[in-house]
Write a protein that binds this ligand. Structure first.
Ligand SMILES: [Zn+2]
Length: 522
């Protein structure tokens, strides 16, 4: 069963019939270019909302741009001398790096929203600053301050983290310097909290101001393990998963679940714990072959549909590679074409269902998909007319949709070749010199190549399918192992022992060169 369908069954059991939409929520702190890892949450929550809605269960996917957290570091692309003065301020009060976006958080959120839209997810966005300044958080802030003792105890019991006895679960916005990451609060008298502006994470420095404020309407914020369940209550969240790093025993999710229950009197949302994205070495995705791993940088390597497949295709609890620096793109295209066949030919229910969800419940009509590895090969053979080659492979004229798909695959194949494609996908016709490997050909191999030569000489025009059949005939006649025959052909023309489908490959080579080289090597 497709993972989202399985969760949908559980969700229906838990919530029963509801007249108001179920709220599915996720969030991201917009403190810099958003890492591709954050797309996993978007994909899981976005897919859940879509699958539930298609199943007749009202569901709204809310995505929070967390812009009220303090700036606790300076993104590497910015000048730290210029930006250091803003450390500790709420992200929505720091200017945009380009001077155009509304503020720092919006600048980075905009780029991320572009990737989210591209992958086909349509959340409704809101900002954490609005939750605070509108006064919606006032009630939970009072509950948290009143229960400060209990919250300190929960931190200790669940996660082993010990807070000072006067610690309060609140960060005040300093009235003098406007920083929120630098203040330490103490003494809640039921109306106001006292604070001192000292220092905060990431080297943020406060102004030493001492004051006392009523913590309402954006004058203060909750620390995140308290804020998380507080938002569940205020926003009315029903479904919210969490990444593996938060889902461990004693981790943030368990602390938040406990605070939700004991302090805010709510049951925590339906959880879907999910795994990291990996690079091609099986490590948590960081950067990729010297390039960045922001959502934009990674997404640029995949067509929107292929990106979506990488994001939603596997179980949330499974680690998934999203590293474009290896073979992934070719594997994803093959996977895409396989689930398409499963859907059209009704061969596998799970794969068919994935294809359906990939295309938002309305998959395309059956068309011919050009195999990506072949597209990659053709894209490297300057002398070939790409559409003509695929017309030949398909054995009929390409439709408008097929041409469009082919053109898109060419764009991504070229980009991949330029940046990442492993050597096994790189081909250069060995026109200038006879490859070294030729001198190791056995007599049987040479005999087979002479038969190939005879076939070419006898046929003025060469068609891939005929060539393919002939190669198998030669193989039988001469009694040569397939690998022996094919590797000889690849070595003779590409200088390597593997390549694309041999019959078709030979049919793409200029006939005079084909004859000349076969003579030289046999
Ligand atoms: Zn201050």
């Amino acid at each position: 069963m497709f993972w989202a369908d399985r969760h949908a069954e559980e969700i229906k059991k838990r919530f029963g019939k509801r007249t108001s939409p179920l709220i599915v929520r996720d969030e991201k702190t917009a403190s810099g270019r958003v890492h591709i890892g954050s797309m996993r949450g978007v994909a899981i929550h976005g897919t859940m909302a879509e699958v539930l809605a298609a199943d007749g269960v009202l569901a709204t996917f809310l995505y929070e741009i967390n812009d009220f957290d303090p700036m606790d570091g300076i993104p590497s692309e910015l000048d730290s001398d210029v930006w250091a003065e803003h450390l500790g301020k709420p992200l929505c009060r720091v200017p945009s790096p380009d001077g155009k976006a509304k503020n720092f958080a919006e600048y980075y959120a905009d780029e991320f929203k572009g990737v989210i839209a591209e992958a086909g997810f349509k959340p409704e966005y809101y900002h954490s600053s609005e939750l605070y300044t509108s006064g919606k958080m006032n009630g939970v802030i009072r509950d948290a301050l009143d229960a400060a003792d209990r919250i300190r105890a929960i931190y200790k019991e669940v996660s082993g983290s010990v807070k000072k006895s006067d610690w309060l679960p609140i960060s005040v916005l300093c009235e003098q310097c406007g920083k929120i990451g630098t203040t330490e609060a103490h003494n809640w008298d039921g109306e106001k909290v006292s604070y001192i502006c000292t220092k905060g994470p990431g080297g943020s420095v406060g102004c030493q101001h001492k004051g006392s404020v009523a913590p309402w309407d954006g004058a203060a914020k909750l620390p995140w393990k308290v804020e998380w369940p507080a938002k569940w209550k205020v926003v009315g969240v029903d479904i919210e998963g969490a990444g593996k790093d938060h889902s461990t025993k004693g981790g943030a999710r368990e602390v938040s679940d406990t605070i939700a229950r004991e302090v805010f009197g709510i049951e925590s949302p339906y959880d879907i714990p999910y795994e990291f994205f990996l690079d091609r070495n099986g490590k948590k995705m960081s950067s990729s072959a010297g390039r960045g791993a922001s959502s934009r940088e990674i997404a640029d390597n995949f067509s929107p549909t292929i990106l979506r497949l990488a994001l939603i295709g596997k179980e949330p609890a499974v680690q998934v590679s999203i590293d474009p620096s290896g073979e992934l793109l070719a594997l994803l295209y093959d996977w895409h074409d396989r689930i398409a066949s499963a859907y059209w030919d009704k061969t596998d229910d799970n794969e068919a269902r994935l294809f359906e969800v990939l295309y938002h419940g309305a998959p395309p009509q059956k068309i011919y998909y050009p195999r990506f590895s072949t597209v990659t090969f053709v894209a490297q053979m300057q002398h070939l007319n790409i559409e003509e080659e695929f017309k030949g492979l398909k054995e009929s004229v390409l439709t408008a949709e097929e041409k469009k798909e082919l053109q898109e695959r060419i764009v991504y194949a070229r980009r991949w070749l330029e940046r990442y494609a492993p050597d096994k996908y790189r081909f250069v016709l060995a026109k200038d010199a006879i490859p070294d490997g030729v001198k190791d050909f056995s007599d049987t191999q040479k005999k087979a190549l002479r038969s190939v030569l005879t076939f070419v000489e006898q046929n003025k025009s060469l068609i891939g399918a005929d060539f393919h059949a002939k190669l198998h005939e030669i193989k039988e006649q001469i009694g040569i192992a397939p690998k022996e025959l094919f590797s000889a052909l690849y070595i003779a023309f590409l200088g390597r022992d593997s390549g694309p489908q041999a019959g078709w490959f030979l049919s793409t080579i200029d006939r005079d060169f084909l004859i000349a080289r076969l003579k030289e090597v046999s």
